[in-house]
Design a protein around this ligand. Sequence first.
Ligand code: URA
Ligand code: SF4
Length: 190
Amino acid sequence: MMDALRLQVISCTKCNLSKSRTNAVPGKGNHSAEIMFIGEAPGRNEDLQGEPFVGYAGKILSDALEYAGLSRDDVFITNVVKCRPPNNRVPLEEEKNSCLPYLTRELDIIKPKIICILGNTAYGSILGGNSITKDRGKIIKKNDQLYFLTIHPAAAIYTPDLKQVLKDDMKTLVETLEKVKKGNQVQSLS
Ligand code: URA
Ligand code: SF4
């Protein structure tokens, strides 16, 4: 199922980003993952390697996962758009709309217990939010799906103090998942 989807993504020409990309970048990770991470779009390294979060932002994310006792093999990691926007600009509305069906299918296959939103682009396009700085650390429940909000790992490249913020959020995410699995109530906004 995921293999068929991967093949579609890597040959997709539905939006203009297909013209400037080197490789499209489908989501990657454990197909039975309980946590799915959603970033913004591939950057330079991701475009070259065809894999999500393999550059410096990816290292920051991996370190934070490890801090919370997770490895990348435990989780599934993807992006709102699967091709790199030129100069890493924010993806346009039409690009996000063209690419959204792939994210929806990744979600249908993985059926994560919780989705971790990484930064404002994912927050805006999936939940209609606009200030991840203000809202990070929060849990949202929408249409029976749980979400956890945190910063984009790339934000910690420019503001190193945010590395610890991301690490602490990853611990909260893991604790939230454990509560959910035990059937305990978690405090969420709707
Ligand atoms: N930033 C993202 O949002 N996604 C990646 O895959 C890499 C960097
Ligand atoms: Fe297709 Fe998405 Fe790439 Fe656009 S960004 S070409 S919709 S895979």
